[in-house]
Design a protein around this ligand. Structure first.
Ligand SMILES: [Zn+2]
Length: 197
């Protein structure tokens, strides 16, 4: 990913971190390695990192490594991509430290209640093509303030870049606004989000 970013600096921004699905075999030097990579890639974001209760990865290990990522995001002043699945209760222990970094709950898959809680700590909220299949999609789309909304493919897991235009169209419809206006706002938010301070 860093190679691609070096080759296409205006199109690719890398994100570096340990995904909660793959923690058990991580090197014991992971923190030092990640710090080195962050130093070599001053525009890189941190992530995906986070919490996933559907995966058989020890909760304490997930929480410990997530906390380290938040710490690094603070230290290096990098935005953070957070993966959170069925983790509403676990997140409770992290909101106050998350509040100090710029973060997004990516491929949001929770309740409106979680969405509002996350927003109150400054979260950006990102929808992916699969979000449209959720029962509460319309409520979620209406509950996100325009200036906190991001859209993603989450490819190759949950869609591909070509699906984003249909997603944007549906979100615009739920919000009762013009697609063009929504697209411009999401683009602006995306630029702001990845802009390393
Ligand atoms: Zn994810």
């Amino acid at each position: 990913m860093c190679k691609l970013a070096a080759e296409f600096p205006s199109r690719v921004v890398p994100a570096l971190g340990l995904h909660p699905w793959y923690l058990q075999n991580c090197s014991k030097d992971w923190r030092k390695n990640l710090q080195e990579l962050l130093e070599q890639n001053p525009k890189a974001l941190i992530g995906e990192c986070g919490l996933d209760r559907l995966k058989d990865v020890p909760p304490n290990l997930q929480k410990e490594i997530f906390a380290e990522h938040i710490y690094l995001a603070k230290e290096y002043k990098r935005p953070m991509l957070v993966h959170a699945v069925k983790a509403q209760n676990w997140l409770e222990g992290f909101w106050t430290s998350l509040k100090e970094v710029r973060f997004v709950l990516h491929s949001f898959s929770g309740s409106v209640e979680l969405l509002e809680r996350a927003l109150s700590f400054g979260a950006y909220i990102s929808f992916c093509p699969q979000t449209r299949a959720r029962k509460n999609f319309k409520e979620l789309a209406q509950a996100v303030p325009l200036q906190k909304l991001l859209l993603e493919s989450d490819g190759p897991y949950q869609g591909n870049p070509a699906d984003i235009s249909a997603l944007a169209k549906d979100v615009a419809e739920c919000k009762n606004m013009e697609l063009k206006e929504l697209a411009a706002e999401v683009y602006k938010n995306s630029r702001e989000f990845i802009d390393v301070r």
